[in-house]
Design a protein around this ligand. Structure first.
Ligand SMILES: Cc1ncc(C[n+]2csc(CCOP(=O)(O)OP(=O)(O)O)c2C)c(N)n1
Ligand SMILES: [Mg+2]
Length: 359
């Protein structure tokens, strides 16, 4: 069993090195050329969506936005191991996973545009809406997993949290319950080294986040989160375990947030450029690109065409939203409860009065 073969304290499970070479041949997933290109394209899709959103925000055309730049392999690789029927329970920085699970870009941009309809997933897309209250989604994931056991279904739940989220009580409660009740959940920590300005070393005295698995009595693994193959392979094994009734697994994806926390943040205040430069050398897209080039699967020209095509699609989708996406005031209040409780009715009325000229 692989998880037990890896040291939770320092050894990163890795298949693809930063030069794009395979260093762990026996763990390499057997992807077809088509699959390799699909994964690469999705990582670029995610990055272009981010870059465009950042520029729209700077132009005053988008609200706050949380970019994923640098974390594409952690998200795309892990989500690709899921079946269509498996549930994805995200936090708020899992763009690559949403894309793999089939969330339309329109939904993603609508959400960040402040429109509740962004959270309205198409019927066959098993993805919960973004969860901003840190780590709360881990509880939802375990709840879905427990329901799955009660109903005798065979689906798995994959959920994500940040390094900062591991300090929350919700994190502890979710992992504890999941292990005790043998719930089919894969817990992924995207350790991007920061929780806004708080560095990972100030988050916990534990040497790694993966080691927390031991305390809860479940397998864990510390993965190079910038290696799309390692992320796929570790998540696939965790999903297979869960589906076989062997319970939850904890995966620490060791990665880096190359950009700001959100568009309201300025990371130059709390971290050195030299650190960012070092991590740019480990860029998950660059590493994957080198691999594809070694294999002769993608020329520079094909890559440029692919990026141009994605860019066009992203711009088209955003402009469509911008042109016809009025947010209904009621929507902000309507979806918390089945019927709106009096205190929300009151707040809604107060807000309407305010917009009508302020009482
Ligand atoms: C319960 C709660 N407290 C505080 C916040 C404000 N907040 C938003 S993101 C964030 C940091 C999260 O860091 P991490 O879990 O590492 O995720 P990352 O942003 O790095 O992806 C905080 C404190 C919140 N959203 N919810
Ligand atoms: Mg973080």
């Amino acid at each position: 069993m692989r998880f037990e073969n890896y040291n939770l304290l320092e050894e990163h499970f890795r298949i693809l090195d930063i030069d794009g070479k395979i260093i762990n041949e026996e763990e390499l997933p057997s992807f077809s050329e088509e699959e390799l290109l699909y994964l690469y394209r999705t990582m670029w899709y995610s990055r272009i969506i981010d870059e465009k959103a950042l520029s729209y925000q700077r132009q005053g055309r988008m609200l706050t936005y949380a970019p994923n730049i640098g974390q594409e392999a952690a998200q795309v690789g892990s989500a690709y191991a899921m079946d269509k029927e498996d549930w994805l329970v995200p936090a708020f920085r899992e763009l690559g996973a949403w894309l793999i699970k089939g969330v339309p870009l329109k939904n993603i941009y609508l959400y960040w545009y402040g429109n509740e309809w962004g959270s309205h997933m198409p019927e066959n897309v098993k993805v919960l809406p973004i969860s901003v209250p840190i780590a709360s989604q881990y509880q939802h994931a375990v709840g879905i997993g427990m329901a799955n056991n009660i109903k005798g279904e065979n689906n798995v739940v994959v959920t994500y949290v940040g390094d900062g989220g591991t300090s929350h009580g919700d994190f502890h409660e979710a992992l504890n319950f999941a292990a005790v009740f043998n719930v089919p959940v894969v817990f992924i920590i995207q350790n991007n080294q920061y929780a806004i300005s708080v560095p990972r070393r100030e988050q916990t005295a534990s040497k790694t986040l993966a080691q927390k698995a031991i305390a809860y009595g479940m397998p864990g693994i510390l993965v190079d989160g910038n290696d799309v193959f390692a992320m796929y392979s570790a998540t696939k094994e965790a999903i297979d375990r869960a589906r076989n009734g062997e319970g939850p697994t904890l995966i620490e994806a060791y990665t880096y947030r190359l950009g700001a926390h959100t568009t309201s943040d300025d990371p130059t205040i709390y971290r050195d450029d030299s650190e960012v430069e070092e991590w740019k050398k480990k860029d998950p897209i660059l590493r994957f690109k080198k691999y594809l080039h070694h294999k002769g699967l993608l020329s520079e020209e094909e890559e440029e065409n692919m990026k141009r095509e994605l860019e066009k699609e992203v711009m088209f989708t955003f402009e469509e939203i911008e042109n016809k996406s009025d947010t209904e005031i009621e929507d902000i209040f309507k979806y918390h409860y089945e019927t709106m409780p009096p205190h929300l009715e009151e707040q809604l009325q107060e807000y309407k009065d305010f917009l009508e000229g302020g009482k």
